[in-house]
Design a binder for this molecule. Structure first.
Ligand SMILES: *Cc1c(COP(=O)(O)O)cnc(C)c1O
Length: 394
């Protein structure tokens, strides 16, 4: 097909040309002084994105590796942790913990909300013996499009006077949704490169607090590749204990510059504007947004429920074949029932409107009952929502 493919899945997200060009470099000696400069720049620069002054560990891994790293560096087999069933990704993180012999208390959820701070607070308050070693939540549940209120969960932990570690998956929220590792006193923030950071897949992150480091010095879980201690020792000079993903680090350096140029607050505001416009389109089509709670609807993606009797994957296939657009599938228990529109990273008003046009046409092509006018509703939302910098003269 002619023209650019519309990669509108909620990660991996499209990589800006600037980042692709920054990565088109010869591979250098990862023990050289030239590399150390790059290493120091990305290790320091990453801190600004996590909003932390504490160490950020960068692995050559997908987000799943960074999930595992958070567990094996802080917990011991037999430990109990508290998690919230926000959707498919929370379920997967839980499975990893279980494989490492962790006892997981999983607060049930219906996949239409973020994690409930009150339920977490209640469970912690009842845990007088402090058996729960960590609270682990997914900030932006990419399978549903619901964002958990991390600051409120921090407050609930504090109100319960509970010493549990706080670990947050920001794989699809970092650099798209307001996030503050230090201010919210998160102990391990897990992230990945291929979503809000606008990089190809292949980097995993752990931002690590003093308290998490202390836990890592006394926990008994065996680990080698993921071990923070060796990594941090060598990172101090800008190096890595094993061969790093050098060219992805060139990309990361450029991504951090781009985020700083736009300003993180504007990045977050742009994601909010695009998400509001996307939801306006869904509403105008007469379809339902999967996340029920308006204050938790994700700035990163919108999960859309298919009308009964209509298969989301058939619809996505028609959209791809007719308009060259990839939409996210329903994952886990919402497979076939939901499709997801990503509006993160390298995305602006016209990218979104193009994507929504593809969705609206494909809804008609697939015979999915809907009203026309979603794209027009999104345009109205973008124009009324602080969108245009230059307003028309009255
Ligand atoms: C994408 C994603 C993951 C998995 O990351 P991989 O890079 O695919 O291993 C985990 N959690 C969330 C919230 C995600 O969006």
């Amino acid at each position: 097909m002619q023209g650019r493919h519309f990669l509108q899945i909620p990660g991996p997200s499209p990589v800006p040309d600037r980042i692709l060009r920054a990565m088109a470099m010869p591979v250098i000696d990862h023990r050289s002084a030239e590399f150390a400069e790059l290493g120091k720049a990305v290790l320091e620069g990453s801190k600004t994105v996590f909003k932390t002054t504490q160490p950020v560990v960068i692995y050559p891994s997908s987000g799943t590796g960074a999930w595992e790293a958070a567990i094996v560096n802080t917990l011991s087999p037999g430990d109990t942790v508290l998690m919230a069933e926000t959707g498919h990704f929370a379920t997967l993180w839980r499975q990893i913990a279980v494989k490492f012999g962790i006892e997981v208390e999983f607060i049930p959820g219906d996949w239409r909300r973020g994690a409930d701070p009150a339920a977490i607070g209640e469970r912690l308050a009842a845990d007088k013996a402090h058996r729960i070693k960590a609270v682990m939540v997914v900030h932006n549940e990419t399978s549903t499009g619901a964002t958990s209120r991390v600051a409120a969960i921090r407050q609930a932990i504090d109100d319960a006077g509970h010493p549990a570690l706080f670990m947050v998956d920001t794989i699809s929220s970092l650099a798209s949704v307001d996030y503050r590792h230090d201010e919210w006193r998160v102990d391990v923030t897990v992230s990945g490169s291929q979503k809000g950071l606008m990089l190809p897949p292949g980097l995993g992150f752990n931002a690590v607090s003093e308290k998490a480091l202390a836990a890592s010095r006394s926990n008994s879980m065996p680990r080698s590749y993921w071990d923070w201690a060796e990594m941090l020792k060598i990172n101090a000079n800008g190096f890595f204990p094993y061969t790093p993903a050098t060219n992805l680090l060139y990309g990361l350096k450029e991504a951090i510059v781009m985020l700083q140029e736009e300003g993180l607050e504007e990045v977050f505001a742009r994601h909010q504007r695009l998400a509001a416009a996307c939801r306006a389109a869904v509403k105008a089509w007469g379809l339902e947004v999967l996340c029920e709670e308006p204050s938790e609807q994700s700035p990163v993606l919108t999960g859309v429920l298919m009308p009964d009797g209509h298969d989301a994957d058939r619809f996505r296939k028609i959209a791809l074949e007719n308009y060259n657009i990839s939409l996210g599938s329903g994952l886990g228990k919402v497979a076939g029932k939901v499709f997801r529109i990503g509006h993160l990273g390298e995305c602006n008003a016209l990218t979104l409107l193009g994507a929504l046009s593809g969705v609206e046409m494909a809804l008609a092509d697939a015979g999915v009952p809907h009203r026309a006018g979603g794209v027009a509703a999104a345009m109205a939302s973008l124009q009324g929502n602080g969108g245009p910098k230059v307003a028309a003269v009255a």
